[in-house]
Each structure stands twice: as C-alpha cells, then as structure tokens.
Design a protein around this ligand. Structure first.
Ligand SMILES: Cc1cc2nc3c(=O)[nH]c(=O)nc-3n(C[C@H](O)[C@H](O)[C@H](O)COP(=O)(O)OP(=O)(O)OC[C@H]3O[C@@H](n4cnc5c(N)ncnc54)[C@H](O)[C@@H]3O)c2cc1C
Ligand SMILES: *[C@@H]1O[C@H](CO)[C@@H](O)[C@H](O)[C@H]1NC(C)=O
Ligand SMILES: CC(=O)N[C@H]1CO[C@H](CO)[C@@H](O)[C@@H]1O
Length: 450
C-alpha cells in the first residue's frame, strides 16, 4: 500500500504500538492523546514472548529498562500448598524471546521514547477527540481543530466513545463481578523473611487461589519491587465499593488485611504491606459485531474493542497483536477497506477466544474448598484440554505464544484449541447456584460491619 496519513486516537499501549508499527512502514501517523501527561500508574505488566519481539521490530528498545524474566505460572492454594507449576523455561527456545515482567511506567516510557525519536510519528498530548467524520475520515478536537487523514484508528480504551457507532449497535462493558486491587511493595521486608524470600528471588508469577478471590504476585525491576494483583468478588470484598470502570487510589489496607485473614502467611504479609493501592471494578463484554466502520476508513483497536479481565495477562498483548495484524494487512492490500476487513476477520475471533477463556479461568480460580476444587487440583496437573489453566495444555500454550500476528491467516481455516469446561454448576460463583455456606455468610457479615 502507498504511504498513508493515519490518525490514532488514544496514546495507551495499543495506540502507541499501532503508531510505531505503521510508522515503520513509512505511513505518517499522528497520535492524539487527551491527557496532558501520562500518569505513572504503579503496577506491573506481563509481556509474553511474541509480544516483545513485535515491539522490538518497531524500534522499541527494552534494553534501557530493568526486566524480570518469568519462570512461569505457579498455582498455590490459599493455605500455601503448591498445586502445580506451569514453567516457562522453554519459552525462549520455543517462541524466540522470553516472558518478561515489566513496570507499566517503564513500558510506557520505552514506547514514548521510540515514538518521540520516530520521524514518521507525532504524539500530541492534551488533544481530546470530540467528534468523528467517518466518511472523510476526520476528527474534531475539543479545541475545535479539525484533522483529516486517510485512515483513523480508535484506540481510546475501555470507555471508548466511538465503539457503539462503529459496532452499529450499543454494547456496554458489563460488570464481571470482580474488583481488582493493584499493589506495589518494597522487597526488603520480603527478603528478610524466610517465608517470603523466594517470592523475590525466584520470579514466578505466583497465583494464590481461594474462596471468591485470588492474588497474583511477581517481582519487578530486577527485584527492587514486588507487584501484587488481588482480585475479589464484589460480594465478598469488604472494602469501599468503586464505581463503573473507575479506579481509585486508597491508603487504608485494613480491608485487605481483614478479607485475607484466613489465608497463608505470604498473602497476609503482602496485604499488611499494602500502604497504598489502586482499585478497579473489572468489566468486559461479549464480542462486538464489527471493528470496522462501514465507511471503510475507521477501525477500532485494543481495550476499546476487546476489554478483558487481567487473569490471562493478555490485554496489552492482544492490543500488540492488533497493531501487528493491521500493519500486515495494510502492507498486503492496496485498498484500505479491504485491509481493515482482513484485520477484523483475523483479530476479532482471536481476541474473543482469549476473553472467553478468561471467564472460564475466573470460575476455577475462585472456587471454595470441596469436591470441585479437588477435581480442579488434579486436572491442573495434566497436559490436557480439560486443564483449567490455559498454558498448562501445550496445544493452547503454543497457540497463544507461538502466534505470529504479522502472518495473515484469512482464507485459511482458523482453528482454536479446545477450552476447558466450567466447574460444576453448584460450585460456580458467577452463574451457578452455589450454596450459602458458613464462609460465604461470614464474608457478608464482615462487609456489613466493616
Ligand atoms: C488491573 C489490570 C491489570 C492488567 N494486567 C495486564 C498484564 O499483566 N498484561 C497485559 O497484557 N495487560 C494487562 N492489563 C490490560 C492492559 O492494561 C490493557 O489491555 C492495555 O493497556 C490496553 O491498552 P489500550 O491502549 O487499548 O487502552 P488504554 O490503555 O485504556 O488507552 C486508551 C488511551 O486513550 C486515551 N483517550 C480516551 N479517549 C480519548 C479521546 N476522546 N481523545 C484522545 N484520547 C483519548 C486515554 O487517555 C488513554 O491514554 C491489565 C489491566 C488491568 C485493569
Ligand atoms: C519513515 O518513512 C520513510 C518513508 O517515508 C521510511 O523510509 C523510513 O524507514 C521510516 N522511518 C522509520 C524510522 O521507520
Ligand atoms: C513476531 C514473532 O516473533 N513471531 C514468532 C512467534 O512464534 C512463532 C513460533 O515460535 C514464530 O514462528 C514466529 O516467527
């Protein structure tokens, strides 16, 4: 395709990567970002193998930031017993690059650095897009300025203002039933304690799983910080509720300490160390019908079209794949509309499949103790499609990590590995008929009197 003028709305991880991908093919890209400057959101982000290679090919320099290389996913019950390890030791040999743990602020920094050095990409901060002209195509900024292009890519995140118009009918993100706490703690107290030392020294992503909650922890920045994500059902979250896809910074850890009082020592310690944290309500939706506006000149990308719970650590990676497939489709076709259709046909079902699996994982991660939990614990040890852990079945792991998003697959039969089923109805928390056990009642009374 000839060189295009492209507008990217939104300078998140998705928008910046799209700009770099298209800029490296000679397209002239302007990124419009509404905030005045990027917030330093203190949190970790997991970057799977093929994702970092794509970024590298667009000129992103990871060498300047401190990374941790993941040993894999470790699954532990809430009392501290290791149930299964899903090692990533083969990842570099098999998929060509390691699985990284990064600080989110570091990832944004390397992306912004690459963008600011790039001759073909311009990043405009403090530039809110208010309206779209889908046929031109063009956007109008809050300042009143109108900007035209050959192609507009909307990467404006989960609250996307343009999603419903592109989709042709409304589809709002729905509450998943869970809230997420994100915490960063210093490592010194963890290193000083023999019960937690290994958490910093051995960079597993440890998943502690218990009734209606799980926590994931991993070290960051060469072991300078420890990152924890805690996901709890609203029903048993004893903290102050947050509004629809709003996040809030809080400093009082007493609610976490109370909620996790019955858990193993590392989890209790991490909760007590949480001096400040961010809190989200997690939302997602079923797949959209369209990612491309009928004008054929505007398309949507990233969390705007496939928001998902963070349980597979795939949100940013899926946005990276979006950018790579879009780049490849524009290379392949002379017609923009045709390229966008190829992009949609390849990306929409893949992202929807990952989101669907995230919901299955949600049920298995949050089971109460009982027969279904015992069945889970034994399924987790088998390299089979019935294993509820996505990566523990080699067929799915290869599908996820071995994918080259720059290879266009449209026309070929795209096949998806089999997903694990849901737990039995009576054990399911989100759509089941779970019994009102003593423990459930206890959580509720903690909530009411908290
Ligand atoms: C708790 C949590 C943990 C996560 N952990 C991981 C993980 O480990 N690994 C992973 O891969 N993913 C993870 N994710 C998901 C990941 O953060 C997102 O999927 C990814 O950042 C999405 O990027 P995006 O660019 O599509 O959207 P966003 O990052 O939301 O960016 C959208 C941008 O558009 C801007 N914008 C919005 N409207 C306008 C407008 N009208 N005009 C101009 N600009 C506008 C916004 O200011 C924003 O900068 C996690 C998410 C959460 C909530
Ligand atoms: C920018 O575009 C030109 C073509 O206009 C291309 O030759 C060059 O490689 C691009 N720059 C980068 C850094 O990719
Ligand atoms: C972009 C990229 O690096 N893609 C690679 C992903 O992994 C598969 C399987 O290892 C490779 O064949 C791709 O080249």
């Amino acid at each position: 395709m000839k060189e295009l003028n492209v507008i990217v709305v939104g300078g998140g991880i998705g928008g910046l990567q799209t700009a770099l991908a298209l800029g490296s093919d000679g397209h002239k890209v302007t990124v419009l970002e509404c905030v005045k400057e990027f917030l330093e959101v203190g949190a970790g982000i997991r970057v799977p193998p093929n994702s970092s290679r794509l970024s590298l090919s667009w000129g992103v320099d990871f060498s300047q930031v401190k990374k941790e290389i993941s040993l894999g996913n470790r699954f532990v019950d809430w009392k501290g017993n290791i149930l299964a390890d899903c090692p990533f030791s083969d990842v570099k040999d098999k998929y060509g690059s390691p699985y990284y743990f990064l600080h989110r602020a570091d990832l944004i920094k390397v992306l912004v650095d690459a963008v600011s050095k790039h001759r073909n990409v311009t990043l405009m901060m403090d530039s809110r897009v208010e309206t779209y002209d889908f046929d031109a195509p063009a956007v109008v900024l809050a300042s009143g300025k109108r900007m035209e292009a050959d192609l507009v890519i909307c990467a404006d995140g989960i609250k996307s203002a343009v999603r419903n118009i592109i989709n042709g009918k409304p589809l709002e993100p729905q509450d998943t039933g869970d809230v997420a706490y994100r915490v960063l703690v210093p490592v010194e107290p963890l290193l000083a304690d023999p019960a937690t030392r290994h958490l910093v020294e051995q960079p597993w992503a440890v998943h502690w799983m218990g009734p209606e909650a799980h926590a994931v922890g991993y070290p960051l920045r060469g072991g300078e910080l420890y990152n924890i994500i805690i996901d709890i059902t609203h029903a048993t979250d004893v903290g102050k509720p947050v509004g629809e896809d709003e996040w809030r910074s809080q400093a009082d850890n007493s609610e976490l300490v109370r909620r996790f009082a019955g858990w193993c020592e590392p989890v209790r310690k991490l909760c007590s160390m949480a001096s400040t944290y961010l809190k989200w309500k997690l939302a997602d939706f079923d797949q959209l019908e369209r990612w491309v506006h009928p004008s054929g000149k505007v398309a949507i990308l990233g969390d705007a079209c496939h928001p998902m719970m963070p349980y597979m650590a795939q949100g940013a990676a899926q946005a990276t794949e979006d950018a790579a497939t879009l780049q490849a489709a524009l290379r392949e076709c002379d017609d923009i509309h045709q390229a966008l259709n190829i992009y949609e046909r390849q990306r929409l079902p893949r992202a929807a499949y990952v989101a669907r699996n995230t919901r299955i994982l949600q049920e298995w991660l949050h089971l109460y103790d009982g027969p279904e939990r015992e069945r889970r614990d034994s399924l987790m040890k088998q390299d089979k499609a019935t294993n509820p852990v996505f990566w523990a079945f080699t067929g799915r792991k290869d599908w996820l990590f071995g994918h080259d998003a720059r290879k266009l697959e449209v026309g070929k039969e795209s096949s998806f590995p089999e997903l694990a089923g849901l737990p039995a109805k009576e054990a399911r928390i989100y759509d089941g008929a779970i019994a009102d056990t003593e423990l459930r009642k206890q959580f509720r009374s903690m909530k009411n009197h908290g």
